[in-house]
Design a protein around this ligand. Structure first.
Ligand code: NAI
Ligand code: 15L
Length: 268
């Protein structure tokens, strides 16, 4: 049966806030979790991913989990280790112990951030491209994808790992014209990832059907995802402000964009 009750971790964050607005229209009942309290949501669970007992209670009785919680930018290895690596492990263990069968994992383009971007009609990047993390942050997403594979092979827990591009209201850079995922398409993709049958562990790229797309959306479409948006409507303005990507600029040469040279850092 299609999942109905879904735990949304990282629900206080940018993407979590967008998704808690959009996913209920698909019929989901969301249980919210974050280490930070969520304005106007007294029923949300305030817990850190390090708290195994709280995680076990949080996942009890849900049909599926959308796992967004974690450090979403670059940070010290020690911080990434605790929040993203141990935290994701703790969540999968809680799911195993409580018999939750499906997880949607927020991976990132930064798991393959050092992959050169395709230029001049070169083929799109497939999901089989080898891991080439651009940061400790990206490395933690590589770990999460491998953890998901292990929990499928060993324990039969299904995961869709979504290598999200940039999910914000609007793209704000020329790079983002290639990797942008509109919030509406994000909800469509998460819904497909929750409901598609027999996913085992499936890796997909998460973006809209952008004219300047860099990667192959076929594994996402195979889940039933039909993107409706294209960033090209923002291209004229962004290119006028910033110019086209410069082939001589290292920060423009790879999927991970500025993360390969000067990654934005987690502020906390
Ligand atoms: P965000 O930084 O706005 O939200 C992350 C949330 O996780 C925050 O509310 C934070 O309080 C919570 N969190 C952090 N460490 C935690 C811990 N130890 N225990 C409990 N909660 C914790 O990030 P955003 O943009 O909403 O991203 C959500 C997820 O999607 C992240 O895993 C990020 O890596 C991934 N992602 C997002 C992209 C985007 O374009 N927004 C692109 C690629 C991946
Ligand atoms: C990510 O993984 C980050 O979490 C998000 O804040 C954006 O920086 C995004 O990648 C991106 O590549 O634009």
């Amino acid at each position: 049966p299609a999942p109905r009750t879904v735990l949304l971790t990282g629900a206080a964050g940018g993407l979590g806030t967008l998704m808690r607005g959009l996913l209920p229209a698909y019929g989901y009942e969301l249980r919210l979790l974050d280490m930070n309290p969520i304005d106007g949501q007294p029923g949300a669970i305030t817990a850190d991913l390090a708290d195994k007992d709280a995680l076990r209670e949080a996942v009890r009785g849900v049909d599926a989990i959308i796992h967004l919680a974690g450090i979403s930018l670059e940070a010290s290895f020690e911080k990434i280790l605790r929040a993203n690596i141990e935290g994701t492990y703790n969540l999968y263990e809680a799911a195993r112990e409580e018999g939750v069968g499906r997880i949607v994992f927020a991976s990132s383009n930064h798991a393959v951030g050092f992959t050169p971007r395709p230029r001049d009609g070169a083929p799109l990047i497939p999901v089989e491209a080898p891991h080439r993390p651009d940061t400790y942050y990206g490395l933690s997403k590589c770990f999460g994808e491998d953890l998901a594979q292990l929990y499928w092979d060993q324990h039969g827990i299904e995961t869709v790992s979504v290598r999200i591009g940039s999910c914000f209201m609007e793209p704000n850079s020329v790079r983002m014209l290639s990797v942008w995922m509109s919030p509406g398409d994000g909800a469509r993709l998460f819904h497909a990832a929750l409901t598609a049958e027999g996913v085992g562990h499936t890796v997909v790229y998460g973006s809209s059907a952008n004219t300047r797309l860099w990667w192959d959306l076929s594994t996402a479409r195979a889940l039933g995802y039909e993107p409706q948006d294209d960033s090209e409507q923002y291209a004229e303005k962004l290119v006028a402000e910033q110019g086209e990507l410069d082939p001589e600029n290292r920060a423009h040469a790879y999927l991970g964009g500025p993360f390969v040279t000067d990654p934005p850092r987690w502020p906390h």
